[in-house]
Design a protein around this ligand. Structure first.
Ligand SMILES: C[S@@+](CC[C@H](N)C(=O)[O-])C[C@H]1O[C@@H](n2cnc3c(N)ncnc32)[C@H](O)[C@@H]1O
Length: 270
């Protein structure tokens, strides 16, 4: 199974994605990625692998009503949820069901391309980066993020899944963390034609609410949802407790607050 196939979600899973990982795990990073792109009023912005639009909506506010914002995602459930959410004040957002490998958008029609935690899923990363390069105008900017490690929480969930459900499910869950190194990211962007390629580590503290419920909701919003639903109910109940136990030193109220890092790549079109 390719990572491309792994990110096919049902509409129900996409709704959970918005309420759970998008809100707690991806959402806190969105303003940082938009900051890295230095968006200005009136600009035209494309958000590739937009999911339910956590980055797209912030971009729309930043470029204002005279800007243009397009969000594209392969998954029809993600696009349907993105479309159903109330629009922010700012640019009108156009949502398109598209592959990052075949954007079907005009050459040089955007000032900025954003892509938060999408690249690791693309079956051909250089083709996707070339598409981003193609749709950017002269002087256009790319800001893209990809995790730089498995991370404390994903490590704990992966460990619990391997012991309680099965190793294959644990590996599939952590597909989002099978990522290029900083050096690979630089080479991929350069091969795709980008200039001034820079890769930095960005850090924040992530807060998650009560893990017994959160972990199961999170898993239901990922491509391993059906494997978890089919697992032994007793094993399922133990997953959240196991994750909480592994992250005990990060306990914060009912939940946890832990440090997380990602790579942020910025680059230009000359
Ligand atoms: C971890 S989610 C990130 C979504 C969003 N950027 C966010 O920050 O919430 C990865 C997204 O990549 C999308 N995706 C995976 N493969 C894709 C492809 N080939 N083309 C476009 N989107 C893709 C998935 O549908 C999913 O919405």
């Amino acid at each position: 199974m390719t990572t491309h196939e792994q990110w096919q979600l049902t509409l129900e899973a996409a709704e959970l994605y918005e309420h759970c990982p998008a809100r707690y795990i991806l959402g806190p990073w969105a303003p940082l990625l938009v900051d890295a792109a230095n968006l200005a009023p009136d600009e035209r912005v494309l958000d590739v692998a937009c999911g339910t639009g956590v980055v797209t909506r912030i971009a729309a506010k930043r470029v204002g009503p005279t800007g243009r914002v397009v969000g594209v995602d392969l998954n029809p459930g993600m696009i349907a949820v993105a479309q159903s959410l109330s629009a922010p004040a700012g640019a009108r957002i156009e949502w398109l069901e598209r592959s990052a490998l075949d954007l079907r958008l005009e050459d040089a029609s955007f000032d900025v391309v954003l892509c938060q935690q999408g690249l690791q899923f693309f079956p051909d990363k250089v083709v996707a980066l070339r598409e981003m390069h193609r749709v950017l105008n002269h002087g256009g900017r790319l800001a893209l993020s990809v995790w730089n490690s498995t991370g404390l929480y994903n490590n704990a969930v992966g460990d619990a899944l391997a012991r309680l459900v099965g190793n294959e499910v644990a590996v599939r869950f952590n597909a989002s963390r099978q990522v290029p190194t900083a050096e690979d990211l630089r080479s991929l962007a350069t091969e795709a034609g980008f200039s001034a390629v820079d890769v930095r580590v960005s850090r924040i503290d992530v807060h998650l609410p009560r893990l017994d419920k959160f972990v199961l909701d999170h898993l239901a919003a990922t491509p391993v949802a059906s494997a978890i639903a089919a697992a032994d109910p007793e094993a399922r109940k133990k997953i959240g407790a196991s994750v909480m136990e592994q992250l005990r030193r990060y306990a914060d109220g009912d939940g946890v607050t832990y440090p997380e890092e990602t790579h942020v790549l910025t680059a230009n079109v000359l």
